[in-house]
Design a protein around this ligand. Structure first.
Ligand code: GDD
Ligand code: MN
Length: 368
């Protein structure tokens, strides 16, 4: 890509872009920035957390022919806030902007955000909730409710009036950032909220409207799953990697499966089914729960989707049925030994047995 003479000047504006699995969006974002920031000396810092799709190598490839592109790659860590902080720290530009790497943020308002900073603003928030802004790009109704509730809660505790404190799109003077840095927590994904909470009363904060675009390629990472993964990562850190996280996740999912199994068993009993019938229902309910939870959590990095997911489910059910036969056999034996008053204990024994079997099967066959 040919680049203008401003590319060889020290950057005035650094655009920090946290990204995870955005390989398709990175090249598009670079050309969008190139067009929107004509005449400005800018650089972009992609902060990638070792995405399996090769986002970092894609950006590094582009950087080979464009000195305005930089890459920070972090290994063994995930987190939007900390990625943003480290990206800003990796640059030396006096002005910094932070935006998502999925093209949902409108790069065309960057010059206006920079102008505001130069005119004296310390923090400029790109807002979906002021006149001229729009939030229709949010994936679904559920996200709207979540977002609006979050905003209201945040506004309640914040020392500043910001219409869109959850925005992932903002610009900040580097000196302002540096003064707030010691107070930042760096955890989670609400970096702007973190900054706004830390900024003293009287900080000059301005807002610029923008239209939040729908995501074109890739998928959103900010859901419950991220929270769960974050929890596992913390656990991994606390135990210093001595506990294999995947097995831990599998065991926890298995535990939920056992609970599902036992609950279904009890409901079936109340509904008047006999032990074998109840055991059958409980086992399959547990199997389905385990498959979907493992697909989202335990094997999130190998997550099966669409047709491959249904094939995976079929394979999982078939192979686990073999385990379930053993499960039922063991449960019956246990029931025989322990007596008929011990339904839950008997079926739990069988279910634990099938968790072990399922782990062997799933990690070698289903999520290879
Ligand atoms: N380095 C890194 N590490 N980047 C991440 C991580 C991570 O753990 N998680 C997400 N990202 C990147 C994504 O690749 C994307 O570029 C950006 O952070 C935002 O993530 P999305 O997954 O696209 O978030 P969203 O569109 O659901 O949420 C957006 O809107 C929210 C408000 O509704 C973001 O702008 C949020 O910051 C914002 O609060
Ligand atoms: Mn997004």
């Amino acid at each position: 890509m040919p680049f203008p003479h401003t590319a060889l000047l020290p950057a005035q504006l650094a655009i920090v872009v946290p990204c995870y699995n955005e390989v398709e969006n990175v090249p598009m974002l670079v050309s969008a920035l190139d067009q929107a920031l004509a005449g400005i000396a800018w650089e972009v810092v992609f902060v990638d957390d070792n995405s399996p799709d090769g986002t970092a190598s894609c950006a590094a490839q582009l950087a080979q022919s464009d000195p305005r592109i930089r890459v920070v790659k972090r290994i063994g860590r995930r987190g939007l806030s900390s990625a943003v902080i480290e990206g800003i720290l990796a640059s030396t530009a006096p002005y910094t902007a932070v935006m998502d790497g999925d093209l949902q943020h409108d790069e065309q308002i960057l010059p206006e955000m920079l102008r505001r900073l130069k005119d004296g603003a310390e923090l400029v928030v790109a807002s979906r909730h002021i006149e001229g802004g729009d939030n229709s790009g949010l994936a679904n109704r559920w996200r709207h409710v979540l977002s609006d509730t979050g905003i209201r809660a945040a506004q309640y505790v914040m020392p500043h009036r910001i219409s869109d404190p959850m925005s992932g799109f903002f610009a900040i003077r580097r000196s302002t950032f540096d003064s707030l840095l010691p107070k930042l927590s760096g955890a989670g994904f609400k970096i702007l909220l973190d900054l706004a909470m830390s900024a003293p009363v009287g900080t000059r904060i301005e807002e610029v409207p923008f239209v939040f675009r729908p995501r074109q390629a890739g998928e959103s990472k900010l859901d419950v799953q991220v929270l769960v993964q974050f929890a596992f990562m913390l656990m991994d850190k606390v135990t210093r990697g001595r506990l294999p996280t995947r097995f831990l996740a599998f065991a926890l999912v298995g535990l939920i499966g056992v609970l599902v199994n036992v609950s279904v068993l009890h409901v079936s009993k109340i509904a008047g089914l006999n032990f074998s019938q109840s055991q059958f229902l409980g086992t399959y309910a547990a199997m389905l729960t385990n498959f979907f939870l493992n697909n989202r959590i335990t094997y999130h990095d190998k997550r099966l989707k669409g047709r491959r997911m249904w094939w995976g489910l079929a394979l999982f059910v078939v192979t686990c049925s073999v385990g379930a036969l053993a499960n039922i056999g063991i449960a019956r034996m246990a029931l025989h030994d322990w007596g008929h008053g011990h339904w839950s204990r008997s079926s739990a024994a069988g279910a634990v047995m099938s968790v072990v079997w399922n782990y062997a099967v799933s990690s070698t066959l289903v999520w290879r």
